[in-house]
Ligand binder design. Structure first.
Ligand SMILES: Nc1ncnc2c1ncn2[C@@H]1O[C@H](COP(=O)(O)OP(=O)(O)OP(=O)(O)O)[C@@H](O)[C@H]1O
Ligand SMILES: [Mg+2]
Length: 313
């Protein structure tokens, strides 16, 4: 039975392309009113998941519902209530900004006058009202992306799926879109946000699902993901020569060596000893909490060599 507090319920969902499992029995829920971050490296299965949840492709197995509607048997009812900014722009390039937006409104059955008012409001809000008569193919990437968001919002949906909405955008456009996502959440809308940008996710999302190789690695709050590193501290050291520190799980970043440790005092003493033993000078030494990006890389196993130095969750 689907609880009303859940906007998206996914259970053992899977999708293969030929024999390749792009999405491998994933399960998670998105609560109503939250901004849910869906994070994973390239090819992890994020877009495939979004496409299944938005009724573009059919799953091979498992179940998923969106606002209580099964994505396979009740696709149209589900689609009526959601807005989608897909990975690739879905506007007609040879139609104007205005025509694209009002066409979508017509598809949703929004009365003409209401559609015009709403289209104008959205274009003004996103700073592209002046471009309303221009063909979409003449818009810059950032402008196109703002139009995509306007198209997703024209029907005033309860739930939004955004597949990397700020990817490749300038700071201004990205900020505008992020601010809008925050506002929508305050209005009680649910947002399913796919992203590569850790800062964005940390800033906006209440919970994060991490996907890798088609499997869910974890679903947690950004704060608890940080704790997964067991309160580890990153110690960065740079010597006057480019040498690799003789230390378990050390990672070289440019000229720096990075060690994750729960005992920074001991680690620093050992680094000093190492320098003395090898006739090296320490040029810089910094300690800092690992970023969400460190945690993401660790969770998705991109840096296998690092894991030995990290406290397991
Ligand atoms: N239509 C398709 N036909 C064949 N393989 C596909 C198809 N769509 C996706 N894939 C494969 O499924 C895997 C997951 O792709 P998907 O687009 O879901 O990844 P993603 O997490 O969105 O990646 P990115 O961050 O690059 O957008 C990839 O290996 C991809 O090549
Ligand atoms: Mg994708």
């Amino acid at each position: 039975m689907i609880k009303l507090s859940e906007a998206v319920v996914v259970k053992d969902l899977e999708k293969s392309f030929d024999s390749f499992k792009a999405v491998d029995r994933i399960s998670f829920t998105v609560h109503k009113g939250e901004i849910f971050g869906f994070l994973g490296p390239n090819g992890a299965g994020k877009t495939t998941t979004v496409r299944m949840l938005t009724g573009v492709i059919k799953p091979d197995g498992g179940k998923a519902s969106v606002l209580g509607f099964d994505v396979v048997t009740d696709t149209l009812k589900a689609r009526d209530r959601i807005g989608v900014v897909p990975e690739a722009a879905n506007a007609y390039p040879d139609l104007s900004v205005w025509s694209n937006l009002t066409l979508i409104a017509a598809l949703y059955g929004i009365p003409r006058r209401e559609a015009d008012t709403r289209a104008k409001e959205l274009l003004v809000e996103f700073g592209i009202y002046g471009k309303r008569a221009n063909k979409v193919k003449t818009l810059s990437k950032g402008m196109k992306q703002r139009l995509m968001l306007a198209m997703a919002l024209i029907s005033d949906p309860e739930l939004l799926f955004l597949d990397e909405p700020t990817s490749g955008l300038d700071v201004m456009s990205a900020r505008l879109i992020r601010e809008k996502i925050g506002e929508l959440s305050k209005e009680g809308k649910t947002v399913f946000l796919t992203s590569h940008n850790m800062e964005e996710v940390e800033q906006l999302c209440r919970r994060v699902g991490v996907i890798n190789h088609g499997k869910i690695v974890t679903v947690d709050t950004p704060a608890r993901l940080r704790q997964r590193l067991g309160g580890s501290i990153a110690v960065d050291v740079e010597f006057n020569k480019n040498v690799k520190l003789d230390y378990t799980g050390v990672k070289q970043i440019g000229d720096k060596n990075r060690v994750y440790t729960t005992e920074p005092h001991n680690t620093i003493c050992e680094i000093v000893e190492f320098a003395q033993r090898n006739g090296l000078k320490i040029v810089s030494l910094n300690i800092h909490s690992p970023s969400l990006e460190d945690i993401f890389l660790w969770l998705t196993g991109h840096e296998q060599s690092d894991q030995s130095s990290v406290t397991q969750p």
